[in-house]
Design a protein around this ligand. Structure first.
Ligand code: HEM
Length: 540
């Protein structure tokens, strides 16, 4: 008996004791909870709806879509907490607080937070948008200095020629056209030429008309004949890479993990990108091909001694060679990324803006009438406006563009991150807090925009009372402060030239085959889910 007891005692002692297991489990649970709730702890005093573990407020995003930020602003006030998975965002939904965060306290909030779709894409991280601190300021200073107004005005003839060829013979279509596809091809061509000096060839009327008629979203397909397979591939890869940057739970597995448990994102991405067929594998291959192709374009241009300075890429290369900017700041991968970023930032946003305007004007005959009068008054139909004319001679067009951009807000959230502890709206936010400016909510605030759900371009007339009373930062579609959009003037020039050309020749009517109201899709920028479908009438 004694010997058996001793044996049992020996076995029990060699096993980990119950208390050791208990303490390990407790430590593990505390560790997991600590990891999950650490970002929340520092900002817990900021009000916000109750959160679910792991998913945070993502179910609210699924329920309300992009409107969720307006809904919560009504309930929780101008500064509140929204949990994107584990990560709390401090949402600023007030013009004065946006000014405070974007301008007055810029030195404490100078960078953008990097959401999980971007962490999975090194290509996107090296553009101006996501670079940080001194790397960002050196890059931005160089880009700004090459983006002089004289450069923009020199782009007018190029923009005009793409616009003309993209919109030739539109009235010969008997059926509906998906205007948002046409505008995406046009914007991609214009920015392709301006950024890379490459003619993608989508404005070729045959390729454009054929593919628009077929409602084909795949930009490259019909351009193959015109621009060659290399370009087609490039654009297809660009579209794939961009549309995979989803901000909800429909992205790749590693992106979803990045939202829920960020620490696991990179290890899983490393594994999954090696397993053929997974979405991570496809994204990685696409990004690699894109980077490879971009590097080729950059290398070819670098060797070209007669490159001139007609496009953005050549301008940056000239700046690095003349040593006005350090080669360390613009190493080849940064040059590729920032040039690519122009294609990315310049195509979807401009196309969305153009489509919004065509859609809204088609639904408001009184606005269309006034706009046509102003455009017709400018001069003979073949007189191309200069940059100066675009600034001075189309005040009503300005109002229509602003009101359309307010109504359909392309980029409703601006993502920033604190570099130091900083106080905003009475709350002390620790270093590393994600602060997101809800520009889309400001644009629908009835205190600054009476009847915000109505389309009324006159509210941007400088003489109107509403305009005079409005907070100066209530409408900031291009962002605020030193990090505001660098392409603002470029895009407005392109949008104005396009609209003047289009309305001189045509008017547009909503297609009965289009859903009402239009469904929106929330990606890297807002998008029309099923496109803007119109019928075209030639003006006599
Ligand atoms: C209607 C068209 C466009 C809209 C609504 C738009 C909107 C925005 C917004 C809201 C931001 C963030 C600003 C902030 O943080 O305060 C931004 C940044 C940026 N945009 Fe645009 N954008 C448009 C067109 C363009 C075009 C055509 C280009 C390039 C030619 C461009 C290039 C950029 C870049 C590089 C940044 C990052 C700036 C930085 O971080 O320093 N955008 N844009």
């Amino acid at each position: 008996m004694v010997s058996i007891d001793l044996e049992w005692l020996f076995q029990v002692q060699s096993l980990p004791s119950v208390s050791a297991i208990f303490f390990t489990l407790v430590a593990l649970i505390v560790g997991i909870l600590g990891y999950l709730y650490r970002p929340y702890w520092g900002v817990r005093k900021v009000p916000g709806p109750p959160t679910l573990p792991l998913v945070g407020h993502l179910p609210l995003l699924a329920k309300y879509g992009p409107d969720v930020f307006s809904v919560l602003a009504k309930q929780y006030g101008p500064i509140y907490r929204f949990h994107m998975g584990r990560q709390p965002l401090i949402i600023i939904a007030d013009a004065e607080l946006c000014k405070e965060a974007g301008i007055k306290k810029f030195k404490d909030i100078p960078n953008r937070s990097i959401p999980s779709p971007i962490s999975a894409s090194p290509l996107h991280q090296k553009g101006l948008f996501f670079t940080r601190d001194s790397q960002w300021s050196s890059m931005r200073n160089t880009i700004i200095s090459v983006y002089q107004p004289s450069y923009l005005s020199s782009l007018v003839p190029t923009m005009q020629s793409f616009i003309e060829s993209a919109t030739q013979n539109l009235d010969s279509q008997q059926e509906d056209i998906t205007f948002s596809n046409l505008s995406l091809r046009l914007a991609t061509d214009v920015i392709g030429q301006a950024a890379f000096g490459v003619n993608f060839g989508f404005s070729n009327p045959h390729s454009v008309c054929d593919s628009i008629k077929s409602g084909n979203n795949n930009v490259g397909d019909d351009a193959a004949g015109a621009a060659g397979n290399a370009v087609t591939d490039f654009i297809n890869q660009h579209i794939y890479s961009t549309t995979q940057l989803k901000m909800d739970l429909s992205g790749s597995f590693s992106i979803i993990l990045g939202l829920l448990v960020p620490i696991l994102q990179e290890p899983f991405r490393q594994i999954l990108k090696r397993i053929p067929g997974t979405m991570d594998w496809k994204i990685d291959r696409t990004n690699q091909k894109l980077s490879g192709r971009l590097n080729e374009i950059v290398e070819k241009r670098r060797k070209d001694r007669n490159r001139g300075s007609k496009d953005f890429l050549s301008l940056i290369l000239n700046a690095t060679e003349s040593k006005t900017v350090s080669e360390k700041v613009f190493s080849p991968d940064y040059i590729s990324a920032v040039t690519y970023e122009h294609l990315l930032a310049g195509s979807a946003t401009t196309s969305f803006t153009l489509s919004s305007i065509i859609y809204l004007v088609a639904g408001h005959p009184e606005v269309e009438k006034r706009l046509l009068e102003e455009i017709d008054r400018f001069g003979p139909k073949d007189q191309i406006p200069t940059s100066q004319d675009l600034n001075d001679k189309f005040p009503y067009l300005d109002q229509v563009i602003k009101e359309s951009m307010r109504y359909f807000f392309a980029s409703p959230l601006v993502a920033r991150e604190t570099s130091n502890e900083v106080e905003i709206g009475g709350y002390l936010l620790p270093k590393g807090t994600w602060v997101w400016l809800a520009l889309g909510v400001l644009a629908k605030d009835p205190q600054n925009f009476q009847e915000p759900e109505k389309f009324k371009p006159g509210r941007f007339d400088p003489n109107c009372e509403e305009m005079k009373r409005r907070h100066p930062y209530a409408f900031i579609p291009f962002g605020i402060g030193p990090r505001a959009c660098i392409g603002q003037k470029f895009t407005l020039q392109e949008v104005k030239l396009s609209l003047i050309h289009l309305y001189r020749k045509y008017v547009f009517r909503h297609s009965p085959n289009m859903e009402n109201p239009l469904e929106l899709e929330y990606g890297i920028v807002l998008n029309f889910k099923h496109g803007v479908k119109v019928r075209i009438i030639k003006r006599t």
